[in-house]
Write a protein that binds this ligand. Structure first.
Ligand SMILES: [Zn+2]
Length: 369
């Protein structure tokens, strides 16, 4: 038996640590990279010739809505086709657990408008062999998958479960209801959820429910959000994903809200989203520079950990301006002719440097917010 299960010979390695690319061989033992250097083919039970190919870690797509699709498309097309090996679902407060059987259609309808996933496709493709969040993760475990997957616990299902749809859209949660939701979140984290998520943009949120009303999580009270952050603090685990800018709210107010969640939880907040646009001279349009300044201020603070996600939607605006995504998503529009790749790349690099943990900003899929 050879020393390594697999050796990958002659590939060009890009290690994901910003090391310049280099040519080397890789030895895999126990399912993990055990050696990077010079190896001979006889040192592996299996030999992969990677000459002329890039050898790189898989990418993590941290913002997806494959919650339904993963059940009929194990590679999560298109992500799987583009080198992504891990996806995160349950973003923006949308997830499919916990959901009582009689509310399944209503939960699916929430994704039908904003995420443009047909109800009929979801009905046909989802097994719905769960009710609670832990049961949902068990179902995902049973599913044959071509990618790794983890899920946030979305706020909208928690509100629908505890308050009901009508009350959730009509009033804020009582202290007792917040406590009940915190118990459910705690249960979800215990089962393996990576944190909690919400679209938290208020009544004027650009991304509406299928019937034109606000999403449940848009109407979450500050007290409710702080309650969830306290759960993360107690458990010392998980992160918060917030897509949270209302059309009529100053950006500074949104940033302050997100900072507070990071302070209370002591855990990272993933702020969605930095969108950058430039005019034809490369001058900034919109507020991405101010957002990056805020992120840098968070980075200097010892108590606030805030990461940012950069929208690929704005990166790709030069080519998909005509499809209506910018106006539908509430983003700041710009003429197709004014898009500058050079400026966009600079802004992306700037944003990546502004992340507190030194991790690169997320890669999103156009239209997946
Ligand atoms: Zn989203």
């Amino acid at each position: 038996m050879a020393e390594f299960e697999t050796v990958i010979i002659g590939g060009t390695i890009i290690d994901g640590l910003r090391t310049p690319r280099f040519t080397a061989d890789i030895g895999i033992k126990g399912g993990r990279v055990a050696y990077i250097g010079r190896l001979q083919p006889h040192e592996g039970d299996e030999v992969i010739d990677a000459s002329g190919l890039i050898v790189a870690p898989g990418f993590v797509d941290v913002h997806t809505h494959y919650d339904g699709q993963i059940f009929w498309d194990p590679y999560c097309t298109m992500s799987g086709w583009h080198g992504i090996t891990s996806v995160v679902v349950g973003n923006c407060g949308f997830s499919f657990a916990p959901v009582r059987p009689e509310m399944r259609d209503r939960a699916m309808l929430m994704l039908s408008r904003t995420e443009a996933i047909e109800l009929e496709a979801l009905q046909a493709g989802m097994p719905w062999d769960w009710v609670t969040f832990p049961e949902y993760l068990d179902s995902l475990d049973r599913q044959a998958k071509g990618v790794n997957v983890t899920s946030y616990c979305g706020v909208s299902p928690l509100m629908m479960w505890v308050m009901g749809l009508e009350a959730g859209k009509g009033r804020t949660a009582t202290d007792d209801e917040i406590e009940q939701m915190c118990v459910l979140l705690d249960e979800a984290l215990e089962a393996g959820a990576c944190g909690w998520s919400a679209q938290w943009a208020g009544n004027d949120s650009g991304q509406r429910d299928y019937d034109g009303t606000s999403m449940l999580s848009d109407l979450m009270s500050v007290e409710q959000a702080h309650g969830f952050s306290e759960v993360l603090a107690r458990r010392r685990t998980g992160l918060t994903q917030i897509n949270g800018h209302g059309a009529n709210r100053p950006f500074t107010e949104t940033w302050a809200r997100h900072e507070k969640l990071a302070e209370i939880s002591g855990r990272p907040v993933l702020h969605n989203v930095v969108e950058f646009f430039t005019d034809q001279q490369g001058n900034a349009v919109g507020n991405y520079r101010e957002t990056i300044e805020w992120l840098n201020a968070c980075k200097r603070s010892s108590s606030v950990s805030t990461l940012a996600m950069v929208s690929a939607k704005s990166l790709s605006s030069g080519v998909n301006q005509s499809d209506g995504w910018l106006s539908r998503g509430g983003g700041t529009g710009t003429d197709a002719g004014s898009f500058s790749w050079t400026s966009a790349r600079k802004a992306l690099n700037q944003a990546a440097r502004s992340t507190v943990c030194g991790r690169s900003s997320a890669v999103g899929v156009p239209g997946s917010l």
